[in-house]
Design a protein around this ligand. Structure first.
Ligand code: F6R
Ligand code: ZN
Length: 190
């Protein structure tokens, strides 16, 4: 029986009381994902800083299970583009996901293989449903950590390759101090 765990939203030690996997993604893990490659290289030359961290509870990766954990995207920018997760489709494409925003400010960038795009705001208390077939990436547009609880089907799997190659159709950048959604100038899907 999996025991409940707690997660206190108190910095600097925002660590769940229980987790099995800890994933840390640094700038190098997001190679070629930010639009401004020059700004990326300059930042990376200073330090391969942590962009986001994920705490997961280990469960069988099979239908019927609900995998869940905590995602923490740190605040920062590469050029004018906010720190973000790699983003992915689920391998079993028609599997959905729930994100519950616990802390911070951000956006969920989503798109389907057919070319539909959507960007939804994340803020504390907001429950965001990522429908089946939609790729998803969380973007931190705030000054502090963006913290979410995520839940998704055990058999979903992760396809990172499609986004690594094509990118998302839309980016979230800061323009005049405001988070702004723009078409991705490097999008290579078509
Ligand atoms: C799982 C899911 C989240 C992300 C996490 C990190 O399906 O969507 O748990 O895995 O927010 O993002 P990625 O996986 O894109 O590096
Ligand atoms: Zn997912």
């Amino acid at each position: 029986m999996t025991l409940p765990f707690t997660f206190d939203l108190v910095p600097p030690h925002m660590t769940p009381t229980k987790f099995d996997n800890y994933i840390i993604r640094k700038l190098t893990a997001l190679n070629n994902q930010f639009a401004d490659s020059q700004a990326y290289e300059i930042l990376l030359a200073k330090d391969d800083i942590t962009v986001y961290e994920v705490y997961e509870i280990k469960l069988p990766e099979q239908a019927g299970e609900l995998l869940h954990g905590i995602s923490i995207v740190h605040s920062g920018k590469v050029g004018n583009e906010y720190f973000m997760t790699k983003g992915h489709f689920h391998i079993v494409l028609a599997t959905a996901e729930i994100y519950y925003c616990l802390k911070g400010e951000g956006m969920m960038v989503m798109e389907t293989p057919e070319g539909e795009s959507s960007v939804a705001e994340l803020r504390p208390g907001r429950i965001l449903y990522v429908p089946p077939c939609w790729a998803h990436r969380s973007v931190n547009t705030g000054n502090g950590d963006l913290v979410t609880l995520f839940v998704y089907p055990g058999n979903a799997g992760h396809d990172y390759g499609t986004i690594e190659t094509k990118g998302f159709r839309q980016l979230v950048i800061e323009r005049d101090g405001i988070p702004t959604i723009i078409p991705n100038p490097h999008w290579t899907g078509e």
